[in-house]
Design a protein around this ligand. Sequence first.
Ligand SMILES: [Zn+2]
Length: 254
Amino acid sequence: MIENCSWKKAKEKFKATRVALIPVGATEQHGPQLPLGTDSFTAQALAESGANKTNAICTPVIPIGVSAHHRHFWGTLWVSPEAFRHYMYEIARNLSYHGVRRVIFVNGHGGNFPALQEISRTLRLERIHAVVFQWWTSPSSIALQSKLFQHKGTHAGGMETSIVLAIRPELVDKDSYDEAAKGAPATFGIVKHGSQLPLDTIDFSPSGATLDPREATAEKGKQLFAESEENLVNLIRWLETASDDELDPKPHPN
Ligand SMILES: [Zn+2]
């Protein structure tokens, strides 16, 4: 993690790799049972272990993201998508100043995704190649989730509770599981006739949770973590070795 390095040590690390990881989280409510830092902790833990298993650089975690829709629950912090886009774009450009032009945003919070995807396209025009990695959205993670959980979905349900039990068990309040599950919806948000309504979390969840944390275990969390870590390591290795031709924007067809 570069924050632990002197500039001399950082120089060695930057010279030895083509890939940097930027863990991106949130400080937002995760039901009564999980800490506000849930998304930051998962992003940081995955990015750190991905960096340790490869020669990628890992930046400090970005702890506040696009979370306004959770603001009714105490302690949630957020920035606008515009501010977030600018901030993340500039961090990616900092890395290119030090010679690393391939970046993976290790994202722990779904609300950050549209902004990260948008700036990744913008960065590509400058030949800075960014990819957004999320631990819960790959096909192999979804297959594992179906095996482990009756209730699918993410926000503050069995899956996220399991992963926090695996990495920061002391921060999980098991006495609040029943409160979290009471009135919790089966999906995040409400869809009417195929259209997702632009709601806040409090519109559909009285506790801030979705689904049911009572099926969470640390063992399930460890399996989810290991599966995602493997995906991330494979993504780092691919990005490290991909040719410029594969990554660069293309010209017009002939
Ligand atoms: Zn989360």
